[in-house]
Design a protein around this ligand. Structure first.
Ligand code: THG
Length: 939
């Protein structure tokens, strides 16, 4: 049976009330009124402590609720924003938290019930307001000590529990966790709700609502909107939303963004504009309501209302049209594994392989262990940074060591990295076999982490109770394949334990996509015959799990594999790359690796490759001996590992540059480029004939899974460096005349800028004044700049698939502002078809697609020329034809499909592919290549 509130939300958009504070101020209450008789002997001033009024002036609070209900509010919010022990302590009133919440909930309940009785078809609801408190748990208030916190997660949970118990006991229908500026505080509130719900034996519907701080679109604690949603999405939310912040117009783009991703209902209750110099809100009820109507037109909300500065008149204006619009529909769940820290990381079936940095592990790195033991956290933090620079997309943090207080070290380390934006960007994997250390870690992260790990080692009860706690903290988890009898070391046992773990977890409501199985990568080539099958068993188990346990994910700790070759990094790196190559093909989604130490699969000497594959796939009984023999033979000494590689000077300069790029090494780059410039005076020729072909090769290797992201990142960094070395001589050869301005940016959500930078350089050399907005440029920022500069063209760049959508958003924003400047689209995932089908229709100006970097200068020349109008018309006509052809092909294939379906009676269901090879892998790197590739016709 659906609850009454769900039935109502299914049917219509619900109207939330407006501000409590603004209304209270109108009563011009004195300190005496606030204190009433009951608190008259308190010496400290209570004026301004609105929450106490529920005890001392209940009639006024009831009066305000009634006014909002009469204005048409469906949900009224209790007067309890600061009624938690932490905020009340400022007034010495912390002991009254429960009572204040209880009474406030009762007042709201009475008023709502009175009106519901009059309008039974329109039942009214009460939401217990839970504010953020006046302290933050994820940032330090002490500049000198970034690891300190003025409030801890556990203190917040206690405070919130008291408040929520009062609200629930007072009969509140919903808990509204609002004005979230620190997601860790909010997660503590969600944790408290869960505990109270369990204790009271009932479900508590929760609305959660964040506030954005500035136009960067982040919360005060630095999270993007997507990262915020991911961090709280574990709670079975009634709604997620936004409130307070700037006025309704400025909040709308964020509400639209949230509506796209939220798998629950969406709410929004903005301020009545921004406060003026006197701290008052000027937005009139009519003007406010007109802006709110935009939300309803966009179809992006299920609950709407007002925050600071709004009054019953504002709410009444909205009530006039609210029923004309249908509520937003909730999208289907897509089973993507979403993680977060300051940013979001999505792991979908078609995603690239994710690498997790292993170096911040006291058990896996003597250096890191030494630093933690001696308390040198500054250096320890820089190890995390270096891994991320080398391409780690998650970091594994482990403090399990007999000489270290694990829980303390975990907390300190995580607190410290939380204040390093470059590190806190990526999600954390909390690696410990000690439950206390895991909890200490979970209490220190505002993002959605991965717990590494739990298993059936101690039986089902302990396994499930840990999983339940982990869920309450909002994390995903790694399940190691162990059971009561020990480690699953054969293929059959791995499959059996995985299936049992999966069944237990999913039956208890744990989402399958948040389960990451680790089938144990064990050491091979130990000389013990039973160990020979470990690698093959792992790989086969991956395939079985992917096929039989829907939506779960797969991981492993790769460096374990090669312990037998400790001290010989060359062999170890090669083993890891070969193993990963095959494991990824079998379905491995992520792995704990040393991101700085991965070799390129195709660069492994053929002889060594054969020896390793013999070993992994047990192709010969003497595989171990042969590899050992190889590793100790003299010939092998001349091939150094990636860590200390130098490149032979005997190779021709093109070859040397190619190898530097391929291996991501910049030592000697400058000299080699100098030498190349002696042979080819044109810097451009060097880019064309040496750098681009090498990047092309990297793109292909990456596409084939023979290179991993960290390696590609290293190569990209060397390419960048090469370009910056060549740039001065390119600029010098060009005249300083200006052909006009252009604006260029990598769009929001995307940080890739190699292609963009090269285009920027090339276009600059062609005599245009380039304004480069860098990466992650918001639509608003691009439009603002375009209005200000009035450039000849706006160039949008993006590497990843989500950038395609973002480009559409940018064009919509330009359209909204009546800008008509030509837009040029470029980047790997972009195509002429997508441009014609999805982007161009949103914009009245022309949208050009540049298949590679050389097109940009050509387009600009055409746009400046006398026949520019013709060029624009031809482009638009070409795009219209593309759209037509596409429509025709669609209807053709639809017909074919229906014939096929009739023949087969049913269309085959798609099974999860055991080979999660994405086209994005190809495309991703192709972009940089495509964009930087042919500079033909350039000068
Ligand atoms: N599965 C899961 N978690 C794991 C593992 C796993 N966590 C720990 C471990 N295994 C993965 N991490 C490492 C880290 C380092 C090394 C191996 C695995 C390693 N270190 C070098 C050595 O010991 O020779 C470097 C030593 C040094 O620099 O001091 O190999 O399987 N879920």
């Amino acid at each position: 049976m659906k609850s009454e509130i769900i039935q109502q939300l299914d049917a219509r958009i619900l109207l939330l009330d407006g501000a409590m504070g603004t209304m209270i101020q109108q009563y011009k209450l004195t300190d005496r009124d606030y204190k009433g008789n009951r608190f008259s002997d308190i010496t400290i001033e209570l004026k301004g402590c609105h929450d106490i009024l529920s005890l001392t002036c209940p009639d006024i609070i009831a009066d305000i609720h009634r006014k909002y209900l009469e204005a048409g509010a469906d949900i009224i919010t209790t007067n309890t924003f600061n009624a938690n022990t932490i905020s009340l302590r400022d007034y010495g009133l912390e002991d009254y938290s429960y009572e204040i919440n209880l009474e406030a909930a009762r007042i709201a309940r009475r008023e709502a019930d009175k009106i519901s009785a009059i309008t039974p078809s329109r039942p009214r609801f009460t939401a217990g307001t839970v504010g953020p408190t006046n302290k933050t748990s994820s940032m330090s208030a002490d500049i000198m000590n970034p690891a300190s916190r003025e409030v801890t997660f556990s203190e917040l949970v206690e405070a919130y529990k008291r408040q929520i118990e009062g609200l629930i006991d007072g009969g509140t229908d919903i808990i509204l966790i609002e004005t979230v500026f620190d997601t860790l505080n909010a997660k503590a509130a969600l944790y408290a709700v869960d505990e109270v719900a369990e204790c009271r034996g009932k479900e508590i519907p929760v609305m959660i609502s964040a506030t954005m701080y500035d136009s960067s679109g982040r919360t005060l604690s630095g999270q993007t909107l997507e990262a915020f949603y991911t961090s709280v999405s574990h709670a079975r939310l009634l709604s997620v939303g936004l409130n307070c912040a700037f006025g309704p117009s400025q909040l709308l783009p964020y509400a639209i963004r949230l509506a796209k991703i939220a798998e629950c209902r969406v709410s929004c209750h903005p301020n009545a504009g921004l406060p003026n110099a006197l701290g008052e809100y000027d937005e009139t009820p009519e003007a406010f309501a007109a802006k709110i109507e935009e939300y309803l037109k966009e179809g992006c909300v299920n609950i709407i209302g007002g925050c600071c500065g709004t009054t019953p008149r504002h709410i009444h204006e909205i009530s006039k049209f609210i029923d004309n619009y249908p509520p937003r529909e909730i999208p289907e769940r897509d089973h993507t594994l979403r993680l977060s820290n300051l940013e979001q990381l999505c792991i979908a079936p078609e995603s690239n392989f994710i690498n997790i940095g292993e170096r911040t592990n006291v058990a896996g790195s003597a250096k890191f262990a030494g630093l933690i033991r001696e308390g040198n956290f500054t250096e320890a933090v820089s190890i995390a940074r270096r891994q991320i620079e080398a391409g780690a997309q998650i970091i594994d943090v482990c403090m399990d060591d007999s000489m270290i207080n694990g829980a303390e070290a975990m907390q300190t380390f995580l607190n410290l990295i939380a204040s390093e934006p470059e590190i806190a960007r990526v999600p954390v994997m909390i690696d410990s076999s000690d439950w206390n250390v895991i909890e200490a870690g979970l209490r220190a992260c505002q993002g959605k982490c991965i717990v590494n790990s739990i298993s059936l080692k101690e039986g089902e009860e302990s396994f499930l109770s840990k999983a339940k706690r982990i869920r309450r903290y909002g994390a995903a988890l790694v399940v190691m394949l162990f059971d009561e009898e020990g480690q699953a070391d054969t293929y059959e046992k791995k499959c059996k334990v995985a299936e049992r773990s999966y069944r237990l977890l999913t039956q208890h409501g744990f989402p399958a996509e948040d389960i990451i199985f680790d089938p144990n990568i064990l050491t091979i080539a130990t000389g013990i015959a039973e160990h020979d099958s470990y690698a093959a068993d792992f790989i086969n188990a991956l395939r079985w799990i992917k096929e039989h346990l829907p939506h779960c994910h797969l991981s492993g700790g790769v460096s374990n594999l090669s312990f037998a070759f400790r001290g010989n990094n060359h062999i170890r790196e090669a083993m890891h790359s070969v193993f990963l190559f095959h494991a990824i093909a079998a379905g491995l989604d992520m792995a704990i690796v040393n991101s700085q130490m991965l070799r390129v699969y195709s660069e492994i000497e053929p002889q060594l490759l054969t020896l390793i594959e013999d070993l992994i796939f047990m192709r010969r009984p003497d595989a171990t001996e042969r590899l050992i023999e190889y590793s100790t033979s003299a010939t092998n000494d001349i091939v150094p590992s990636t860590t200390d590689e130098t490149i032979s000077e005997t190779l021709p300069v093109e070859q040397r540059i190619r190898r530097l790029l391929l291996k991501g090494i910049s030592d000697g780059l400058e000299n080699d480029l100098k030498e190349a410039q002696e042979q080819h005076p044109s810097a451009l020729k060097i880019i064309e004939s040496m750098l681009m072909p090498a990047m092309d090769e990297i793109g292909i290797l990456f596409g084939e899974g023979k290179m991993f992201l960290p390696q590609v990142i290293k190569s990209a960094r060397v390419l960048k460096e090469a370009i910056s070395i060549l740039a001065p001589s390119m600029k010098a050869t060009h005249s300083p005349i200006s052909h006009g301005k252009v604006l260029i940016a990598t769009v929001r959500g995307d940080i890739h800028d190699i292609g963009k930078n090269i285009v920027s350089l090339v276009v600059g050399c062609n005599g245009y004044e380039v304004t480069d907005l860098g990466v992650m440029a918001e639509a608003k920022m691009i439009a603002d700049k375009a209005e200000q500069l009035k450039p000849i063209a706006i160039m949008l760049s993006g590497l990843i698939t989500p950038s395609l959508n973002e480009m559409v958003e940018v064009c919509k924003e330009l359209e909204r502002r009546d800008i008509r400047i030509p837009v040029i689209i470029g980047g790997a995932t972009t195509t002429p078809l997508h441009t014609a089908l999805k982007i161009a229709p949103e914009y009245s100006g022309v949208v050009l697609h540049a298949p590679d970097a050389s097109y940009n200068s050509r387009f600009l020349a055409r746009l400046r020329s006398d026949d520019s109008q013709l060029f624009i018309e031809q482009t638009k006509a070409g795009q219209e034809k593309l759209r037509q052809d596409y429509q025709n092909s669609l209807s053709k294939s639809a017909r074919l499909l229906s014939i096929e379906a009739a023949r087969n009676k049913s269309i085959k269901k798609t099974v999860p592919s055991p080979m999660p090879k994405s086209t994005e892998r190809f495309v991703a790197i192709d972009f940089d290549i495509a964009e930087v590739e042919p500079f033909i016709n350039w000068d």
